[in-house]
Design a protein around this ligand. Sequence first.
Ligand SMILES: [Zn+2]
Length: 554
Amino acid sequence: MLDLIIRNGTIVDGTGMPGFTGDIGIKDGKIALTGSILETAAEEIDASGKIVSPGFIDPHTHFDAQLLWDGRAKPAIEHGITTIVPGNCSLSLAPLKAEHRMKLVGMFNQIEEMPIKAFEEGVEWDWETFDEFLTRIKKDLTINVAPLVGHSVLRLWVMGDASMHRTADEEELSQMQDLLRECLRNGAIGLSTSFIDMDETLQPVPSRYADQKELGALCEVLSEFNRMLQIVHEFYDADVTVARIDQLAEISLKYKITTTFSPLFVNSTDNDAVSKVMARVDEQFERGARVWPQVQTRPIDISFSFEVPSLLFIRLPSWYQIMRFGTHDETVAAFKDEDKRKQLVAEAQSMGPLWDKLVLRQVASDANQQYVGKTLAEIAASRNTGTIDTMIDLSLEEDLQAHFLASNMGHNDNDVVGSLLANPRVHLGASDGGAHILSFATYGDTGYLFSQFVRNCKSLSLEQAVKKITLDTANIWGMEGRGVLQKGYMADITIFDAEKIARGDEYYTQDVPGDGYRYVRDGIGIDAVIIGGEVAYQNGEYTDSTNGAIIPGA
Ligand SMILES: [Zn+2]
């Protein structure tokens, strides 16, 4: 007898072929039958009028820490996602010696904007090796996890403090190779490295002290296992990006591995940049290299208050210095100091009219509620002062609890983004799920793909969009036996309404350990999500299924 049957849905099977009406039968976590099923099952779902597709795969996330207190990686599953890839951008939580824990927390705080308090209150540190970490998260895992190993943590483990100062010697290289080999043997899907990130002291992260020889030595090990290299590159500079693509192409050809770089953004002030990058991607694919650019669906929106550092200010040194290193009282004092304030205003003016369009999102006091939802330009006009001064004044009046939103900061040209998403040489991803939790909601990119680029802009057909985030992703990453609804494949399945699927509005919620807040979005139009053959989410409710797998696993 079958365990589960999904009846009468429109099956969009992940291959890009036109959807068709049929049933799907599941047994022991796998798809046992498709077509017309006469037998019955313990559990049945009527999917009439709905799309039945493979579960969506999110290839660029930082859910590493969240998985320790939330094996569902909420709200990923509510958006139809059945598999996530954590450990991107040179940072993973294992392998990690006890003495380096706080160093890593500092880096996660600086780079991924994860609150330190969440680690203090939500994480019980009871692992060191990669295997121990996987055992730990597997205890209560609903979503599938395909974990990358971070290059910076490999360096920390082998070289200690020296990892933050210099290249590795021969002995250290071979130790790093052995360590990576062990992680891959225990189930890691690949290696991640970063060429741009800064640690909590604003010094380069360990991976940036590696030379070509070191990266080559590690890719040699990836090659033994046929696994992925992910990098975060100098995404704001097209020429440097082109050079990184060349470097990745040489690695891909020499070691016969897949590489991916993320993110590739569309900058509305420089459309040539994307054409230049994609021209080089095309050239390298034609040589037989695999250099996948990752492109996200959503435009860049950034929320901030002056209580925590925000990446919006990263190119404004006076502001960033205060946000990063100042205490609450020091920030308030700086805003109150006349000379300091003049300097801050002058520096912010260098970013042009950006500030006028910022929207006041949220305040604590009653007095300022009247301004919520208005732009800084509007508020400044009614208060007879400048926009940057208004931002500072409101922050002081609210004891730094004024929240602002900078929307459409880039990646918002639907024509260019749509044609990139439809390009067969573009990998759809880069959500950053689980990171930057006080800057924006990294959830809902899959819903947005369908609402904006399938329904509104018609950049892709429904079948193409499904293929992009299922089979294509599974193929790029070598996730065998996933991403298609055919007999013998794993039963990771999303059932959704093609007319309704979308992302909900962004909102602020308190569900992070240590009484922390984050921005999230609800999923819209997702009826059910099945992971490893079990219903994990249905009609807005989670089940108690914990059938998540480690991919590829040991
Ligand atoms: Zn990242």
